[in-house]
Design a protein around this ligand. Sequence first.
Ligand SMILES: [Zn+2]
Length: 258
Amino acid sequence: MTWLDPDTVQLRQPKASHWEAPFLYLLFGRERALLIDTGATSDEGQFPLRAAIDRLIAEWLRRNPVVFVRPYPLVVAHSHAHGDHIAGDPLLRDRPGTTVVGTSPAEVIGFFGFRSWPEETVAFDLGRRVIDVIGGPGHEPSAVVFFDRRTGILFTGDTVLPARLYVRDLPQFRATIERLIRFRDDPPAPVREVRGAHIEMSSTPGEDYPAGTVDQPDEAPLPLRPGVLDRVLSALDDLRGEPGERIVRKRFILVLDR
Ligand SMILES: [Zn+2]
């Protein structure tokens, strides 16, 4: 795991436990923490998610003794509802002070209080740390993108990442990318980088590791510059609409998955 700053942790499920090796993020605020995604397994022996979260929260609370609410609340939400991002939910459901957000579109809309889904952006306050929740369907119907005003990171799940971008609903996916571009260009705080949930690209531009690869010795870096959103939109323009079609770019491969 990596502390991206004193209040932000990036975790990765080890490749050895699941080839998808998703990235998870834990963001601390004065009133509560937000965990984005729970990984690809519900087996604590394979990937000790519960132990890791307990240890990280205890460590943060030691450094931040002024936080008064006990138990310190944890909200567990998801980039989207595919199995490799929600499988660890049962490990956290009975954790004191913890709310696990449901994974259907209706549950996501209800929890964050979207009135006009998916066009609206909703502010979610962790306590002196506001997270913007942006509707993001297209890869999956309940997908959202989280923007952290503190770090300037856009957490894009499986929508924009150095990997294969599987487009399941083309009109919705396109609308989501356009929405993210509008957000980036008129943001509540500068958008500094884009972090998704997997790495499937190698450091050689346009070359990916096939699905199922466990050993990726030469991975591309995870963070992408905000300009990548324009390149995803232009790749969408190049699609002819054939199922399985791939548009290869340096840092990602768009796949029409239907
Ligand atoms: Zn997915």
